[in-house]
Each structure stands twice: as structure tokens, then as C-alpha cells.
Design a protein around this ligand. Structure first.
Ligand code: NAP
Ligand code: MN
Length: 280
């Protein structure tokens, strides 16, 4: 069935799974299939990272391999339904191994968010990459901050927080706070408000905003304590942030695209799932 011939260079595969029993079992099955078919298992220097679990598992794998995005392609296996970063189902492991063996370097890439954090008293700022979104929130009390677009003051925001998302992240937290779903072929960033205060005294836009590829969003909190900063599934309490700058990263995430699921079908399937019901 497979085309591997002795002497050919095999792909190096890393497997990342969550700790749900089904994922643990599936990961073990997948590793055995790889070894039986001369695919190399290599967690340190992989060509392809295969994740087994959910979209969250792919997010974890992304952060684990964020330092080598230029050489790694991702493939997601979902143990439940089809996800947004997960094109393969649990019963398709043999087909996946077959695709890996026939790999011709097929790939598709999506934009990432560059998060630059500047701390009080520190000259150097810290850089992070995000695949879904980054949020800045205040849990006790109102977050007050100035929002700049391309260095120009846009508004003084008051509310629970702000969310900046990538196109592929637009179906995640962004959507729950009223943001639009964006096709991932567009290189854009979306800013959404989390429980904003908007009245005749405090004036803000009050709707999501999408900036172009060469623009950036800067957030300067008016007080520097009591913030929670999230980057995808990672959360940290922050005290001394003076400035956050969000832009589209130079790096992109690459997926091994052995099959194609139409983006809007994926959205329909995940959020509506009623196509069949309306068919006559
Ligand atoms: P989680 O609490 O398990 O994730 C929440 C849900 O978001 C899960 O159903 C997850 O899918 C799904 N998800 C993740 N990325 C998505 C995307 N790009 N588009 C659509 N759905 C997506 O935590 P997690 O699995 O570590 O994922 C972290 C992400 O969850 C965050 O980056 C954020 O986007 C999202 N989130 C959303 C809310 C909200 O909507 N109120 C709150 C917290 C976090 P799986 O079940 O396949 O993992
Ligand atoms: Mn999850």
C-alpha cells in the first residue's frame, strides 16, 4: 500500500497529544504505524508535527515548536469532531500515514500575531507569537487604556479588556466577544472589545475593528497593575506592563495540506451544522 523504498529519506515526525485516554491510545497506535512504515519519530528536529487531541492540542504544539516554524509543518488529528486546525479524524490514521509517506511538501500557511510587551524600567521588550489571539484583561475593576493605531491615538478604552486575534483565531475567543469570522487568506488583525463601557461620558468605537497588514495596534494601560495577559491558552498575571504592540508577525504557521476542507464549510459545520436539515 505504501510507497516507501529502501534508501529513501524518511520524514521525521513528532507526535504531540493531550492526556485524554483516547488521545494517549491513538498516539501510541500512530507511533507504531509510523515505525512499521519507516517514518522516523523525532521530537527534537521534526519535519512534521502531528497533534492528536483537539484544536487546543495543536495550540500547545505550536508553542512548543514556535522557535522552528520555518522548518516544521503541522497536521492535526481531532479525537472528537473536525476542528479548525485539525483536518483528520481518529479513524483515519492509516490514510494519514499514507499521506505522510507520499509527502511532496504540500503546505498552506496562515498569519500569526506578533505580541511585543514592554515592561516598566526595562529597555528590551519581550516578543511572543500567537496563533489564535492575545487578550489583555482586568479582573478587578475597569481596564483603562489608550489604544493607538499606527502610533496615532484612536480611543481611550474602558471595560473588561481587549482581544486581538488572527484570522484563524477569529473563530475562537474573538467570535465569543462579537468579532467577525475572517477568512484566513486575509492578512489582517482584529481588535474586539470585552464588556466595554460606552456612554455619553466615555466614548469608544463600540464595534470590532479590523486593521490592514501593514498596520499595528498599540495599547498603553493608564495604570500598570492587575492585568491578565493571555496568549492563546497561556495566561499570566502582569504588574508592570507599560505598552503592548500587536502586529502581523514575519513568521507564519505551515500546515501539511494533504487534503482541503473549504473554510466556510468548516465554519458552517462547527457553528451551524444545519445544512442537512434544510435540504429538501
Ligand atoms: P479550551 O477551553 O479547551 O478551548 C475552548 C474551545 O475553543 C474548545 O472547544 C477549543 O477546541 C476551541 N478552539 C480553540 N481554538 C479555536 C479556533 N481557532 N477556532 C474555533 N475554536 C477554537 O482551551 P484550549 O483548547 O486550550 O484553546 C484555547 C483557545 O480557546 C483560546 O485561544 C481561545 O480562542 C479559546 N477560548 C475561547 C473562550 C470563549 O469562547 N469564551 C474562552 C477561553 C478560550 P478543542 O475542543 O478542539 O480544543
Ligand atoms: Mn481544548
Amino acid at each position: 500500500m505504501f510507497k516507501w523504498k529502501k534508501g529513501e529519506i524518511a520524514l521525521k515526525i513528532a507526535v504531540v497529544n493531550n492526556n485524554v485516554e483516547q488521545s494517549l491510545k491513538l498516539a501510541e497506535q500512530f507511533r507504531i504505524l509510523c515505525l512499521e512504515n519507516h517514518l522516523l519519530l523525532d521530537d527534537k528536529d521534526p519535519d512534521v508535527v502531528v497533534t492528536i487531541g483537539g484544536d487546543g492540542t495543536l495550540l500547545s504544539a505550536f508553542h512548543r515548536y514556535a522557535h522552528m516554524l520555518h522548518q516544521v509543518r503541522f497536521v492535526g488529528v481531532h479525537t472528537g469532531h473536525l476542528g479548525f486546525y485539525t483536518d483528520w479524524r481518529d479513524y483515519e490514521l492509516v490514510e494519514l500515514v499514507e499521506s505522510l509517506l507520499n509527502d511532496k511538501g504540500e503546505s498552506v500557511s496562515y498569519p500569526l500575531l506578533d505580541v511585543k510587551v514592554t515592561y516598566q524600567g526595562q529597555k528590551e521588550s519581550s516578543h511572543f507569537l500567537s496563533l489564535n489571539e492575545s487578550t489583555m484583561k482586568r479582573i478587578d475593576g475597569t481596564m483603562v487604556c489608550d489604544v493607538f493605531i499606527k502610533d496615532e491615538l484612536f480611543e481611550r478604552f474602558r471595560g473588561d479588556g481587549l482581544c486581538i486575534s488572527t484570522p484563524t483565531g477569529s473563530t475562537g475567543y474573538n467570535k465569543s466577544v462579537g468579532g467577525a469570522v475572517i477568512h484566513p487568506r486575509l492578512e489582517a488583525l482584529q481588535l474586539t472589545e470585552i464588556a466595554p463601557i460606552n456612554n455619553r461620558v466615555f466614548r469608544i468605537l463600540g464595534s470590532p475593528l479590523i486593521v490592514a497588514r501593514d498596520e499595528w495596534i498599540r495599547i498603553k494601560p493608564l495604570t500598570t497593575d492587575g492585568f491578565v495577559l493571555t496568549i492563546d491558552q497561556l495566561t499570566s498575571s502582569e504588574k508592570n506592563i507599560t505598552e503592548l504592540t500587536y502586529s502581523i508577525a514575519k513568521e507564519r504557521i505551515h500546515f501539511a495540506r494533504y487534503r482541503h476542507t473549504h473554510f466556510w464549510s468548516r465554519v458552517e459545520d462547527a457553528f451551524i451544522g444545519a445544512k442537512k436539515k434544510y435540504e429538501i
